[in-house]
Design a protein around this ligand. Structure first.
Ligand code: NAI
Length: 411
């Protein structure tokens, strides 16, 4: 299949990648014909950012570049934003949507990294490695089998059986663990895992409980003092989900008195915003607690996967209008358009716009062979596959329809 022609050649589409995004992104874009890519190693702000965005059609950032409403206003050529990370808080996503700019991200590129760390932490907890290592660093020799266990035959309780939880399930089972899980929605059960209808059951039956829920109003404070008391005496807790999910004061109390056997925590209610800020937590200084600085998903492999994933999403939007994983935009998953032209129209979601789009297409006397529409809040996105259409006449007419935010035609 030959790639569709765009109204402007791919090599003329200016792409800016900030914050040292992994070079696989540049390669993935080049493989798809996008060779006009500038890669900057730092984050930019203020006038530097505005200047760098001049003429840029697609920008890639990580978490430190703030794409505020003001910045978006000055970036008048911008067509798509790729956040080469999980979060999109650094972008004024609603404002971007109102400007017809989808914001992509890579929520699951680091799934495996988190799952592997959880298994590693489980081994460390069951073998009491952290305490033994810390003591050895201080010159003490805690050589004992007491309290050290294999994972094999133990029960792991997974709370949240989504992307990460289900990967943990597979890995844990491969090590001979019995897997229980609790999720609020019915899930495809992998391997020999068993779903439990209530969180309480998973807490009560597991030798190690690991949390993999998203941050929602329901999961905020999910693991309260009362829930911790429902866990088996001496069981372990792992939290690599979100800091707000666990009452850390209550957890610290139970770790001190041995009610909870140990914990591994990667995410915290308050996390330092930069490397010079002190990390403060009631969990500090407890020797059966492994603390990691929110690095569950931070691996070179995850960075590379993120680079490929987001680069592909940007190219798929430019090539075909695909918006499947955009966080702020009507989502359309479009097959490549073969032997036809594709009209993309982003507009205010209000009566009359679609009729006007059809009028323009009808006026060109071309047949519509496929049509896809999605709306999200104030924004509507319609894609029409049509017989050959003259962009010189159709595009200006589409752009002057009242309520139009953006229009493009792909050949
Ligand atoms: P996901 O969305 O694929 O899975 C979450 C699962 O939790 C879903 O199956 C959902 O139905 C379930 N769930 C939601 N509310 C629940 C509740 N009240 N009780 C039980 N189950 C509930 O998410 P994914 O990708 O597996 O991520 C899970 C968590 O891991 C998220 O909080 C994410 O922020 C965090 N994460 C942490 C990283 C780190 O560096 N430590 C890296 C990547 C993700």
């Amino acid at each position: 299949m030959t790639a569709p022609r765009l109204s402007r050649p791919r090599e003329n589409i200016k792409v800016l990648l900030l914050e040292g995004i992994h070079e696989r992104a540049v390669e993935a874009l080049a493989e798809r014909g996008y060779t006009n890519v500038e890669r900057v190693m730092s984050a930019l702000q203020g006038d530097d950012l505005a200047a760098a965005l001049a003429g840029v059609r697609m920008v890639g950032i990580r978490s430190r570049t703030q794409l505020t409403a003001e910045v978006l206003h000055s970036a008048d050529r911008l067509m798509a934003i790729g956040c080469f990370c999980i979060g999109t808080n650094q972008v004024a996503v609603d404002d971007a949507a109102r400007r017809g700019i989808p914001v992509f991200h890579a929520p699951h590129s680091n799934t495996r990294s988190v799952a592997e760390l959880v298994i590693g932490l489980a081994v460390m907890l069951f073998r009491d490695v952290f305490r033994k290592s810390t003591r050895a660093h201080r010159g003490a020799w805690l050589k004992s089998a007491a309290g050290a266990h294999e994972l094999r035959g133990k029960t792991i309780g997974i709370v949240g059986y989504g992307h990460i939880g289900s990967q943990v399930s597979i890995l844990a089972e491969a090590l001979g663990m019995r897997v229980l899980f609790y999720d609020i929605v019915p899930k495809l059960i992998l391997g020999n895992a068993t779903a439990r209808p209530a969180l309480r059951d998973v807490l009560a039956e597991s030798d190690l409980v690991t949390l993999h829920v998203p941050e929602t109003p329901e999961t905020r404070g999910l693991i309260t003092a009362e829930r911790l008391d429902q866990m088996k005496p001496g069981a372990f807790l792992v939290n690599a989900s979100r800091g707000s999910v666990v009452d850390v004061e209550a957890l610290a109390e139970r770790l001190h008195d041995g009610r909870i056997g140990g914990a591994a925590v990667d995410v915290f209610p308050r996390e330092p915003q930069h490397k010079d800020e002190e990390f403060v937590s009631p969990l500090r200084g407890i020797d059966n607690v492994i603390l990691t600085p929110h690095v569950g998903g931070s691996t070179v492999e995850a960075q590379r996967n993120i680079a490929i994933d987001v680069a592909i999403q940007l190219a798929a939007y430019s090539d075909a209008g695909n918006t499947t994983s955009a966080v702020n935009f009507p989502q359309l998953n479009l097959a490549p358009h073969e032997a036809c032209h594709r009209v993309l129209h982003v507009h205010r979601n209000r009566p009359g716009v679609l009729r006007a789009v059809h009028d323009v297409i009808g006026g060109e006397s071309v047949n519509i062979v496929g049509e896809h529409l999605q709306t999200r809040g104030d924004v509507g996105y319609v894609v029409l596959d049509v017989d050959a259409i003259d962009q010189q006449t159709a595009l200006p007419r589409l752009r002057t329809i009242d309520g139009t935010i953006r229009a493009r035609i792909l050949y």
